[in-house]
Design a protein around this ligand. Structure first.
Ligand code: TRP
Ligand code: SF4
Length: 439
């Protein structure tokens, strides 16, 4: 896909770990929103499969990661993501190795405490007993996630991450990490500050910051400060700025402020929460593969009928003659998603349930039929792509190529902000020319 280089579009990025087939919980928790965003011309959307992140828990047995990646890609396409018509870019994380490079650079400016405090990290360490998560990769999970997101920064445009509640703390960590990165590598001191004519500004700035200048004045009367002296002063200014923060720095420094600039190197991302209410699993708990309470996007009609028949209902409605309360019943939550378009159906449920006019069996059956209608086109697309895995991989490879081009652009800017090699090389090339010209 060609990336439109207009200044207005917001960027959107999100992804999932390839740990198994996607289910309707994923659809209503994320995919539905992703589809909406790809169809909105205000957004440029990137969706990906986080196969490196799958390794953080599955590193001991990687036998399923590749197949799961293919299956998730098919699920994405079945759900309606449409990279073939350039609505979005879909890519595979490990095919864009620049994510790993940015992860490394970001890791330098991320204090350990931030990672240890991420709630999902603490919870997983306490709860996950069948895997050893005491490793560096798992601790660094949020840094890699941050790299995934902000490598698609377009400076000056917002960057949104449409995810569920469970990912909020990761996006928040990303904001902190990016903030820190920008503080370290986005602050610049203009060389102009050290010219003889701007000496008053330099004096003023150091005085305002309560920092002794400590330079040999006699030298400066006759010539401009040399490279080492300038570097030393810049380092001290940067150190002060780090200590007191950019905002304070600018406030304190006074009128020479125009010799300093704070550039946004990477964009602090914003979470975009899915508005759909969470869809509970068949047993009323959170829908999750590990609970075996899901309906996958490829479920057959028969399986849907069978599974929903034994769905948990209002626990207080024990007998057919007891009135029930739809507001505490998972079946009603599902009705709201699948039966909303059928005239009168939701009223039929509420009325029948609260008066014991209908039984749970018929209530579930009506819901199941609507779920089947809803899933049919998704499943059809799924089957179509499943039959043509070569084409699926082609789409994923193409998407990864386009994503990589964007990521490489970001990394060029990032490397320059960190190391300044372009500047350095120019300097060296320039000196070389001068020397050659002097001969
Ligand atoms: N942590 C996410 C999950 O478990 C997956 C993920 C990795 C992600 N990198 C991301 C999500 C970047 C959004 C943006 O579902
Ligand atoms: Fe739930 Fe429907 Fe039974 Fe009421 S009638 S408790 S809404 S399944």
């Amino acid at each position: 896909m060609e990336i439109v280089a207009d200044g207005k579009k917001s960027r959107v990025l999100s992804g999932m770990r390839p740990t198994g087939r996607l289910h309707i919980g994923h659809y209503f928790g994320a995919l539905q929103n992703w589809v909406r965003l790809q169809n909105d011309p205000a957004y440029e959307c990137f969706y990906f499969i986080a196969d490196w992140h799958a390794l953080t828990s599955d590193y001991a047995d990687t036998s399923e990661v590749a197949e799961n990646t293919l299956q998730i890609m098919i699920d994405y396409l079945a759900a309606g993501l449409d990279p073939e018509r350039n609505r979005c870019v879909i890519f595979q994380q490990s095919l864009v190795p620049e994510h790993a490079e940015l992860h490394l650079l970001l890791s330098m400016v991320t204090p350990l405490g931030w990672l240890e405090r991420v709630p999902t990290y603490k919870e997983a360490l306490e709860n996950v007993k069948d895997k050893d998560l005491h490793n560096y990769g798992f601790l660094g999970y949020p840094i890699l996630q941050c790299a995934d997101i902000v490598i698609y920064s377009k400076v000056g445009a917002p960057l949104f991450v449409p995810v569920g509640e469970d990912q909020v703390s990761h996006v928040e960590a990303s904001r902190e990490i990016v903030h820190s990165f920008n503080e370290f590598y986005g602050f610049e001191v203009s060389p102009e500050l050290f010219t003889t004519s701007n000496k008053p500004s330099l004096l003023h700035a150091f005085k305002a910051l309560d920092e002794p200048l400590k330079v040999d004045w006699k030298i400066w009367e006759t010539q401009v400060l040399d490279e080492n002296q300038r570097l030393e002063l810049v380092q001290r200014l940067k150190k002060i700025r780090r200590e007191i923060g950019t905002k304070n720095f600018f406030e304190k420094v006074g009128h020479p402020a125009n010799f300093f600039s704070a550039t946004e190197r990477l964009v602090e991302p914003d979470v975009m929460l899915t508005k759909t209410p969470r869809i509970p699993g068949l047993d009323g708990r959170k829908m999750s593969k590990s609970y075996g309470n899901t309906i996958t996007l490829s479920e057959t009609d028969e399986e849907i009928r069978k599974k929903t028949k034994v769905m948990v209902t209002d626990p207080a409605r024990k007998r057919r003659t007891d009135p029930g309360n739809p507001d505490v019943c998972p079946v009603y939550d599902w009705h709201k998603l699948f039966s909303a378009d059928e005239p009168g159906r939701l009223e039929w449920v509420r009325q029948g349930c609260t008066t014991a006019g209908i039984g749970c069996i018929e209530c579930k059956a009506a819901m199941a039929e609507n779920l089947i209608k809803w899933i049919a086109p998704v499943r059809e697309r799924r089957v179509r792509y499943e039959k043509n895995p070569k084409r699926v991989l082609e789409i994923l490879d193409e998407g990864s190529k386009s994503a990589r081009a964007v990521a490489q652009g970001t990394m060029e800017r990032v490397r320059e902000a960190v190391f300044g090699w372009k500047r350095k090389r120019k300097e060296i090339a320039g000196d070389g020319k001068q020397a050659a010209g002097g001969e």
